[in-house]
Design a binder for this molecule. Structure first.
Ligand code: NAG
Ligand code: NAG
Length: 440
C-alpha cells in the first residue's frame, strides 16, 4: 500500500467512501437490471426526430434513451482548452414533426405540468462533487430532475465539468500531467460554467437560462458571479440544492477531524504527486478497510447513520451503480479547497499556503473571499435537516449573505446526497423547483 494512505481520511472522500462501503461491500450487481425505470415513462408531447448529431454512446445517453426521451450530446472547448461534454434533453416542441398530427389529448395528459405544449426556457443542471450529468437521470423518469423538467416544457442541459468522466480531455494537456489538474471549483465556475452558459444561449437563442446546482454546482455559480458579475444577466433564477459555500459548522466529528487534517493531507498528496482523486470501487474498498476499521470504526458507524440516514436502504440497488459508474474524479486541489472552506469557515479562493504564489495570483498574501454582494440574480436554496456536510447553520449563513433569496426551503429528513438519489425527490424537491421556475 502506498505510504500516506492513512491520511486519506479527509473530508468528502471519507464521507463518500465510508457512507457507501457498508452497503457496497465489494459486490457488484447487474447494473442494467437495477436501473430499469420502474414504470412506463411519460410520452413526450410531440413526436421527436433525432437531429443529425453524431455521438458516441455513454451512460447518460443510455439512461435517457431507456426512458424514451430524446437526447443530444454537445461538445465545447473552454478558453483554456478543456473539452467538455454536455448532455441535452431538447424541448420536444422544437422538433415537431409537421407531417404527423399534434399530440392527442391523451398524450398531453401524461405530462405532469400544464399548460400544454408551452416552451418554458432552457435550464442548466450542474452536478456536485464527484458527479456527472448522470445524477439527473439515474433515478429514472419518475424522479430524475432532467426528465421532470423536460415534461414541464424546459429544454434541459446537463453539465459535465473538467476532470469528470465526460470531460477528461484538453487540447494541450492530458490527464497524466499535473497541470491538467490545476483547478478547483473556482476554475470550474469562472471558466467551465461561463463557457457552458454562453454556449447554451448561443445554441438556443435565448437571452437567459435557468440554473440548478447540487452542492459544488452552486459553489461554481457563486464563484462565477462574484468574479464575473455580468453573468447575473444571463440567468433567470438559480436554485441551489444542498448548496456549498460556507462550511465548517457541522457537528459531525468525522468531518471535523477530516477538515483538521486538510493541510497535512495537501502536503502529503503534493509530495506524492497525487493530482487526481478517483473514487474507483477498489479505492472504496481500500478506504473502507483503512478508514472504517480499528479505533475509527465507531466514528464511521456514527457517520453512516447520521450522514446517510435511510438512503442506504432505499437506494441499495443504486449504490453499486453510484460507485462504479457515477462517481467521477476530482482534482486534489478541489478536495483541499473544500477542506479549507471547512477550516476557515469562509467562502474564499484557494489558499496555496505559499505567500509568494498567493501574492502572484491574488495580489495579497491571503486568499480573497468571494464577494457575494455581487450575486444579484434571484436565488432559491434547498437544504436538508439531516445534511451533515452543509449544516443548517451553514445554509442560513449563505442565505444571509445573498441579497436576492426568493425561497429558502427546508426539506425535513433530507441529507446531502438525498438531493440526487432519494426516491422521493419528485414530491420533496423537483416539483417545487418547477413551481419556482414557473413564477418567472
Ligand atoms: C462484507 O463482506 C465480508 C467479506 O466478504 C463479509 O464477511 C461481510 O459479512 C459482508 N458484510 C455485509 C454487510 O454484507
Ligand atoms: C463587493 O462588491 C460590491 C459591489 O461590486 C462593492 O461595492 C464592494 O466594495 C465589494 N466589497 C469588497 C469587500 O470588495
Amino acid at each position: 500500500m502506498l505510504p500516506g494512505w492513512n491520511l486519506f481520511p479527509s473530508l468528502l472522500v471519507v464521507l463518500l467512501q465510508c457512507l457507501r462501503c457498508d452497503a457496497f461491500n465489494g459486490t457488484l450487481v447487474d447494473k442494467v437490471e437495477t436501473m430499469a425505470p420502474p414504470r412506463t415513462p411519460p410520452t413526450p408531447a410531440t413526436p421527436w426526430k433525432r437531429p443529425p448529431i453524431v455521438y458516441d454512446r455513454d451512460l447518460v445517453i443510455e439512461l435517457v434513451e431507456a426512458a424514451e426521451y430524446p437526447i443530444e450530446k454537445h461538445v465545447l472547448t473552454t478558453p483554456d482548452g478543456y473539452i467538455l461534454k454536455l448532455h441535452r434533453i431538447p424541448d420536444p416542441l422544437q422538433f415537431e414533426d409537421t407531417t404527423t398530427p399534434t399530440a392527442s389529448d391523451q398524450d398531453s395528459e401524461l405530462l405532469r405540468f400544464g399548460p400544454k405544449n408551452r416552451f418554458r426556457g432552457a435550464v442548466l443542471l450542474v452536478p456536485g462533487l464527484f458527479s456527472t450529468a448522470a445524477d439527473f437521470v439515474v433515478t429514472g423518469p419518475e424522479n430524475g430532475l432532467a426528465f421532470v423538467l423536460a415534461d414541464a416544457g424546459y429544454d434541459v442541459w446537463m453539465a459535465n465539468v473538467r476532470g469528470s468522466r465526460f470531460a477528461r480531455k484538453n487540447v494541450r494537456l492530458n490527464v497524466a500531467q499535473s497541470e491538467f489538474w490545476d483547478f478547483s471549483f473556482h476554475e470550474i465556475g469562472t471558466i467551465d460554467i461561463a463557457a457552458i452558459v454562453d454556449y447554451i444561449l448561443r445554441e438556443t437563442n435565448q437571452p437567459k437560462v435557468f440554473y440548478v446546482g447540487h452542492n459544488q454546482g452552486m459553489s461554481d455559480l457563486l464563484a462565477l458571479l462574484a468574479s464575473k458579475p455580468r453573468y447575473n444577466r444571463k440567468i433567470h433564477h438559480a436554485i441551489g440544492l444542498a448548496p456549498v459555500a460556507f462550511l465548517g459548522t457541522t457537528e459531525n466529528r468525522v468531518i471535523r477531524r477530516a477538515a483538521e487534517l486538510t493541510d497535512r493531507l495537501y502536503a502529503t498528496l503534493r509530495s506524492m504527486n497525487v493530482n487526481e482523486i478517483k473514487p474507483s470501487p477498489d479505492f472504496v474498498r481500500l478506504l473502507s478497510g483503512t478508514v472504517c476499521s480499528g479505533e475509527t470504526n465507531e466514528l464511521c458507524a456514527e457517520m453512516l447513520r447520521g450522514f446517510l440516514g435511510s438512503t442506504v436502504d432505499r437506494s441499495r440497488n443504486l449504490l453499486p451503480i453510484i460507485v462504479d459508474d457515477l462517481l467521477s474524479s476530482i482534482s486534489t486541489r478541489q478536495l483541499i479547497h473544500f477542506g479549507q472552506l471547512m477550516q476557515t469557515r469562509k467562502f474564499q479562493q484557494f489558499d496555496h499556503k505559499n505567500h509568494m504564489i498567493n501574492m502572484q495570483r491574488y495580489g495579497q498574501g491571503k486568499p480573497p473571499e468571494y464577494n457575494l454582494s455581487r450575486v444579484r440574480l434571484p436565488v432559491s436554496l434547498f437544504y436538508g435537516t439531516r445534511d451533515f456536510v452543509t449544516s443548517i447553520k451553514d445554509a442560513y449563513k449563505l442565505k444571509d449573505e445573498l441579497k436576492n433569496v426568493k425561497h429558502f426551503i427546508e426539506v425535513p429528513g433530507m441529507n446531502h446526497i438525498d438531493f440526487v438519489y432519494s426516491d422521493k425527490l419528485y414530491g420533496l424537491v423537483n416539483r417545487k423547483i418547477i413551481e419556482i421556475f414557473n413564477e418567472n
